[in-house]
Design a protein around this ligand. Sequence first.
Ligand code: XMP
Length: 430
Amino acid sequence: MKQDMIVILDLGSTENTTIARMIRDMGVYSEIHPHDITFQDLEKLQNVKGIVLNGGENRMVDGAAVDIDPALYGAGYPMLAVDHPTAQCEKKLENLPDEAALREFVFETCKAQANWNMKNFIEDQVELIRQQVGDKKVLLALSGGVDSSVVAAMLIRAIGKQLVCVHVNHGLMRKNESESVVEVFQNQLHANLIYVDATERFLGKLAGVADPEQKRKIIGSEFIRVFEEEARKLEGIEFLGQGTIYPDIIESGTKTAKMVKSHHNVGGLPEDLQFALVEPLKQLFKDEVRACGLELGLPAAMVYRQPFPGPGLGVRCLGAITRDRLEAVRESDAILREEFEKAGLNKKVWQYFTVVPDFKSVGVKNNARCFEYLVIIRAINTVDAMTATIEKIDWEILERITNRILAEVENVNRVCYDMSPKPPATIEFE
Ligand code: XMP
């Protein structure tokens, strides 16, 4: 192993990630684990130089204060207890350590080396993946999103053709998105990639369905069905790769942290598929995942891709999806993205997209009445997607985008800009 590690055991603190990031900022790798990790499991982690017992306001579980496996106290690891009065170690602090105190613990008490960087992280993970997987095969649902793309690149580096990627194109991807997944993973990284064009199947199931929740359910369950069908055709798969990242684990809740929302990275696969999981990014934060992707050679456009909902353009082609409106969403979105990139707004604005409602309005084209769709542009900024403000786009840029959409997108005679913050509007329309 290339990297030393400080382990943070979560005894009910809300500051685990703060301490982890402080230690990583000092150049030392740190991982957060639940307070009830066993002595045996902790011993399996390699190069552990010290442990922070991180207590806090959620210390009481089922009426009792939590503590660590007693065997760990005698195991010889240097320990620092924070807000954990009953810890059986000498060094105890009442509050979150300041940088100097943490630095002293990490470098002087634990004698850790500052050797955390993406190159070393990748080398360590590659070795761990090889140890875990051996000569078996790993299956991965590759959506083209940041997390699944980075985990795919990492697994290709570690086990090459033993990784089988399945990319399901549900027909609701953005323009050229599936093509770019195939280009990067099959043609450049030489991945073992199964590309499934399930467009007709999805659009068939969605035909006439106008209710947003119903649309989401159909897209989600059909996705699992297609993926499962592909998985069953394959032989000798024992592992499932997942792009789980640390915020997914935190938000899904632990014994000492409340659930924010549950994350289903592949969407609740049937239990009889029974794979063991390979999740090499599960200790990383989003910015670190991006840095990891760049170090693994993924294109910046893929690594800095803006968030895109699982149901894709399906929730931006409002009401019952029709092919002409879906094309209008896809083409107008492509123009918006192109113009944002030219203006440098892609680096500034958190999320931007177009929406096509399911009604028409009257217009004039070639001196004749027309009755066509309208495109709504939405561009928002947010930190955590819980609230959002709108981007105040320069008028000239808006005019240029509008003119291009009106000239280049078929069946469209009107463009509007959505001025609504969240709340009361959500970011997406459906
Ligand atoms: P809302 O519309 O709830 O969106 O304000 C908040 C953020 O979540 C994204 N979003 C989704 N992402 N699957 C996803 O992976 C979904 O079903 C989904 N719905 C919304 C949305 O794009 C925004 O960034």
